[in-house]
Design a protein around this ligand. Structure first.
Ligand SMILES: Cc1cc2nc3c(=O)[nH]c(=O)nc-3n(C[C@H](O)[C@H](O)[C@H](O)COP(=O)(O)OP(=O)(O)OC[C@H]3O[C@@H](n4cnc5c(N)ncnc54)[C@H](O)[C@@H]3O)c2cc1C
Length: 396
């Protein structure tokens, strides 16, 4: 990417701010949080995120009228680069800032935007994503959670699963069936539901990493206002797909910058040990570097074009799927490579009972990369449909 003098000035200002502010009570937060480590210093990270928001460093790409900063694409890239470079802790408001916010900007009502965007930008309210259910994962159109109107409120009944960060969320965007007897993608609605009510139970699920970042969420007659439907009632499938396209596309920007940081750290590790002399590992590190270059060039190129609306809806969906496939396989491969570079010690926990180091955590957590946000098989199906025009896969 080429950066203009204004972009470089933006970079200088941001870098200086991060250097001056990741100090004092925030100094100890460097490197905290992120996949497999969301439990770390949550309250302190909330305080840091609010500090970041107060200084105007959240929701950069959103329009200013919604609490954003009208930042250009290049400036958003710079933000993610500098944020990762500074070692600042993982941000807590990802779901609201990167997924729900852009969905509301595109498809919400003016009242919904006024009500929900400012608290997302201020990191005053956290969100989670209520799509998957025990019987509806890849086959999301099988959603069975229902919502029925009772006066001025929706009453929601059903179960969601794998709901990331539901334990900390104030609100959930829920895909629910609002037309009784409807089938598949018909009759679904996209509801905004407050999490802090007695009729919602959040039960954590422990992961390979030993931590619990996703949850089962039970809705036993939970309530939300009638007006809190995004898009039309019955049109939830389209809204849910819009959020998914964002999740597979532009929301990966920050993540990609983090990948380079992880790769550089792995090369450092290899340099300091026997891996540097091992021809097979050298070869694999070089291949990983090539993969990283290809992935980042692809992501930047397609995201820039998506900003200009060049690809059309089908092409954009296929490009987002290519982005997701490239990073999921690459990142999982990096976890595997890290274990090889570390050698036999990678197989033992650092301390009792299950104290993992960053590489072990990366290896274990990245098993999930090819599943969440739509599995690799599903991405290839989308590419077959949208980019290659093959007939749709027959459903069993
Ligand atoms: C870390 C993590 C975080 C998550 N966070 C959230 C969240 O916050 N909110 C949320 O709603 N969900 C979340 N999920 C759920 C995620 O979206 C689902 O796990 C995913 O969509 C797959 O669904 P499933 O687990 O039911 O697997 P299934 O759909 O049962 O799939 C099982 C296997 O079959 C394959 N398969 C299924 N259908 C096809 C097909 N048509 N063609 C070829 N192969 C197929 C899949 O690729 C997979 O390998 C998260 C998952 C993980 C791992």
């Amino acid at each position: 990417m080429r950066f203009s003098p204004q972009d470089e000035e933006f970079r200088r200002r941001l870098r200086q701010w991060l250097t001056e502010n990741l100090t004092g009570r925030f100094a100890g937060l460097r490197g905290a949080g992120g996949p497999g480590r969301e439990h770390e210093a949550h309250a302190e990270r909330m305080a840091w995120n609010r500090h970041l928001a107060a200084a105007g460093w959240t929701c950069l790409g959103w329009p200013a009228e919604y609490g954003g900063h009208d930042a250009t694409f290049a400036q958003q890239v710079i933000f993610h680069e500098e944020y990762a470079r500074s070692g600042a802790p993982a941000r807590v408001g990802y779901m609201g800032e990167e997924l729900l916010g852009p969905t509301l900007i595109a498809l919400g009502t003016p009242e919904q935007r006024r009500r929900f965007l400012p608290p997302i930008a201020a990191v005053a309210e956290l969100w989670c994503q209520g799509y998957s259910e025990p019987g509806a994962g890849s086959d999301l159109a099988a959603v069975a959670t229902t919502a029925a109107l009772d006066g001025d409120e929706w009453v929601i009944t059903g179960q969601k699963v794998w709901t990331s960060l539901a334990q900390a969320a104030d609100w959930c965007f829920v895909l629910a069936r609002t037309e009784p007897g409807s089938r598949r993608s018909q009759g679904l609605s996209y509801l905004l539901v407050p999490m802090r009510q007695d009729a919602i139970t959040v039960r954590p699920i422990r992961q390979l990493t030993g931590t619990a970042e996703f949850n089962e969420v039970f809705f036993d007659g939970a309530r939300t206002e009638r007006s809190l439907v995004v898009g039309e009632v019955g049109d939830g499938w389209r809204v849910a797909q819009a959020t998914l396209a964002i999740e597979r596309g532009v929301a990966t920007l920050g993540q990609q910058v983090g990948f380079r940081r992880e790769f550089d750290a792995l090369v450092d590790l290899a340099r300091r040990g026997p891996a540097a002399a091992d021809p097979v590992l050298r070869d694999r590190l070089a291949r990983a570097w090539i993969g990283l270059e290809v992935m980042q060039a692809h992501a930047l190129g397609t995201l820039e074009h998506a900003g200009a609306g060049a690809a059309g809806a089908g092409g954009a969906a296929a490009a987002a799927s290519v982005t997701k496939l490239l990073w999921s396989r690459w990142h999982q491969g990096l976890g595997e490579l890290a274990m090889e570079v570390l050698g036999a010690p990678s197989m033992a926990a650092r301390g009792a009972p299950y104290d993992l180091d960053d590489w072990q955590r990366l290896f274990l957590f990245s098993r999930a990369d090819t599943i969440y946000g739509g599995s690799d098989e599903i991405q290839r199906n989308i590419i077959a449909d949208r980019a290659l025009g093959l007939p749709r896969q027959a459903r069993p």
